[in-house]
Structures are given as structure tokens and as C-alpha cells.
Design a binder for this molecule. Structure first.
Ligand code: HEC
Ligand code: HEC
Length: 298
């Protein structure tokens, strides 16, 4: 906070406190005339019931003074009075850092012996899997689903079909560094609308759907030129590029004509965020071991 903001806040606080003290003093003054002839508020009910304007009881007023004293004591000890740090040197950032450091130490004590074990071995330890499952629920389930079966655009991690590769080290790299799929918009390379439909029809054929074989043949000719570079001639994909296998029944986006055409027209750029920087190396390994344990063996 800049010095001028700090002074502005200090002035506000002092004015407020002084205002409170003045208000308490002003309203607790003795007013002339005791019962029954004292000053009234002027409110009248049912014709003759009126309300006296009397100061609050002394003990009640004193409670208010006590809260003001508490405020001053608080500002002496804790931050809050502009930029003044407070006598105890407490800050929420420092408290958070200390608690996090303690949690990290406890975590390291418990799990550091997994750090140099191969992932497959980690995945066989129930204790590590339980920790990995918790991490997954906290950090991954919102996209991949709590059962890791994914959704449209978010891959199923349990089916043994891997876009980027399913061996332990590749899974770890995917989670640690993230992935950005790069399928460009290819309509200009494919050609007119009919050819785009033909290519999409051929993709359906690769996936085992019954299609018009004449149209699919036209599509194949284009596919071999434009798409095979990434998806391979047989359509089985290339994990190095994250280009999915188009011949299985596992679809990230869908196998209807409109969805496949949309991918060709607009490209596809699925993005898996990098979790290494968020989780740190030990937790990343635990969650990777959990994911590894989900799929059928590679
Ligand atoms: C913001 C959403 C999001 C979150 C959170 C997320 N992912 Fe992903 N993840 C994706 C997307 C999208 C892809 C597919 C990327 C692509 O299209 O190539 C993906 C891909 C993957 C893959 C590769 C799958 C394959 O077939 O190769 C793995 C493994 C994975 N995620 C694991 C995780 C784990 C573990 C976590 C939690 C630490 C996580 N993800 C959190 C969105 C997310
Ligand atoms: C530069 C490499 C590259 C080229 C060329 C390419 N693709 Fe792709 N394709 C990818 C990648 C990477 C993905 C994954 C996109 C994602 O995860 O978001 C993908 C995804 C797809 C999907 C979605 C699969 C699913 O499971 O839903 C289809 C369908 C597809 N491509 C068809 C084609 C067709 C048809 C062509 C040719 C017109 C083509 N691709 C050309 C890289 C490529």
C-alpha cells in the first residue's frame, strides 16, 4: 500500500474512533428533569403513550468504550492501522507460509521414500495410491471427472487409450509439463465443403461406422495427403504429437459428422494444464502413479 493510501486509512480510522467517542459522550450526557417530566422523543402511541429520551445505562455505554479500547489494543498488536505492522509482527502471509511449510514437511516425511521408486512400484503401494486419489479429487476431477472417465474434450484416463502415451514416464511428463494439442484449422488445405464432408466420412469409416463408400474413397485420397502426416496413413495416430487414434471407438470430441467437420474447419487445441509447478515433484508423482494404476497395463 502506498504511503498516501496508508495515511488516508489512518485518518479515516482516527476520525471514526474520535467520532464514536464523541457520540458516546454526547448521548450519555445527563438530560434535565427526572421522571416523570423528562424530555420525550416526541413519539406518541395510542393517543397518550410517549417515549422518554434517556441516556443508555452506564454499563452499556462502558461496553462501547471497551470495544474502542479493544480496537486500539488490536491496532497496537496486529496490522490494520494503515501500513503499521503491529507489535507482534503477525501477517496472514507469514502464517500461511508457516502452515504450508509444516504441511510440506509432514508430507515429505510420509511420502519422500517414494521419490526414487519407479512409478509402477509407487502405484502398487496402497498408501501412495490413497494420497494420489485425494490429489486427483482435488486437482483433476473437475475436468476428468471424479471417476476419471472424462467428458467431451476431457480424456477418459481409465480406458487404456492414450493420446499422448500411457507408459509411466509419459503419463508423469503429461501431468508435470501439461500438453497442448495442435491440430490446425485445415479447411483451406482440404478444399470445398463436399471434400470436407468426404474426409469426415472417411474418418467415420476409420472408426468403424457404416458409411457411403464412394464418398469415403474421395475422403481417403485427401486424408492421405493432409491428415496422415499426424494421424498416420492408417489413422492410428501419433502419441508424440498427441494426434489421437481415429480407428478405435474412443472419441475425445465425438464421431458424428458435424463434430468431425467442426474439427477440420476450426482445428482442435485441447489443453492439459502443467501441474508440476502447482503440486511440486512429490505430489505430481503420486497423482501420476494413481492415474497409471487406473488404466489397463500398457
Ligand atoms: C482444466 C482442465 C484439466 C485439469 C484440471 C486436468 N486436466 Fe488432464 N487433461 C485435460 C485436457 C483437456 C486433456 C487433453 C489434452 C489434449 O486434448 O491433448 C488432458 C489430458 C490429460 C492426460 C493425457 C491423456 C492421454 O490420453 O494421453 C492425462 C494423463 C491427464 N490429463 C491427467 C491429469 C491429471 C492427473 C490431472 C490433475 C493433476 C489433470 N489431468 C488435470 C484437462 C485437464
Ligand atoms: C498437425 C497435426 C495434425 C493434422 C495435420 C491433423 N490432425 Fe487431427 N488431430 C491432431 C491432434 C493433435 C488432435 C488432438 C486434438 C485435441 O486433443 O484437442 C487431433 C484430433 C483430431 C480429431 C478428434 C478425435 C477425437 O477423438 O475426437 C479428428 C476427428 C481429427 N483430428 C481429424 C483430422 C483430419 C480429418 C485431419 C485432416 C483434414 C487432421 N485431423 C489433421 C493433429 C493433427
Amino acid at each position: 500500500m502506498s504511503a498516501s493510501w496508508s495515511w488516508f486509512l489512518i485518518a479515516l480510522i482516527v476520525l471514526n474512533l474520535a467520532g464514536c467517542v464523541w457520540l458516546l459522550w454526547y448521548t450519555s450526557r445527563k438530560r434535565g428533569g427526572g421522571l416523570p417530566t423528562g424530555e420525550t422523543t416526541g413519539h406518541v402511541w395510542d393517543g397518550d403513550i410517549t417515549e422518554y429520551n434517556k441516556p443508555l445505562p452506564r454499563w452499556w455505554i462502558n461496553l462501547f468504550y471497551l470495544t474502542i479500547a479493544f480496537t486500539i489494543g488490536y491496532f497496537v498488536l496486529y496490522p490494520g492501522f494503515g501500513n503499521v505492522e503491529g507489535h507482534l509482527g503477525w501477517s496472514q502471509v507469514a502464517q500461511h507460509d508457516a502452515e504450508k511449510a509444516a504441511a510440506d514437511r509432514a508430507f515429505a516425511e510420509r511420502y519422500s521414500h517414494f521419490a526414487d521408486k519407479p512409478l509402477a512400484e509407487v502405484a502398487a503401494a496402497p498408501e501412495a495410491l490413497a494420497a494420489g486419489r485425494n490429489l486427483f479429487a482435488n486437482h483433476c476431477a473437475q475436468c476428468h471427472g471424479s471417476d476419471a472417465r472424462g467428458a467431451r474434450g476431457f480424456p477418459n484416463l481409465t480406458d487404456g487409450h492414450w493420446q499422448w502415451g500411457g507408459d509411466a514416464d509419459t503419463i508423469l511428463a503429461t501431468i508435470r509439463d501439461g500438453r497442448i494439442a495442435g491440430m490446425p484449422a485445415l479447411a483451406p488445405a482440404v478444399g470445398d465443403d463436399t471434400t470436407i464432408t468426404a474426409v469426415a466420412t472417411y474418418v467415420q469409416k476409420l472408426g468403424g461406422l457404416p458409411v457411403d463408400s464412394g464418398l469415403a474413397a474421395v475422403g481417403k485420397a485427401k486424408f492421405d495427403v493432409v491428415c496422415a502426416a499426424c494421424h498416420t496413413i492408417t489413422g492410428t495416430g501419433n502419441p508424440l504429437l498427441g494426434a489421437p487414434n481415429l480407428t478405435d471407438d474412443d472419441w475425445l470430441y465425438g464421431n458424428d459428422l458435424a463434430t468431425i467437420r467442426a474439427g477440420i474447419l476450426g482445428g482442435r487445441h485441447g489443453q492439459m494444464p502443467a501441474f508440476g509447478p502447482i503440486l511440486g515433484p512429490d505430489r505430481t508423482r503420486l497423482v501420476a502413479a494413481y492415474v497409471y494404476s487406473l488404466g489397463p497395463a500398457d
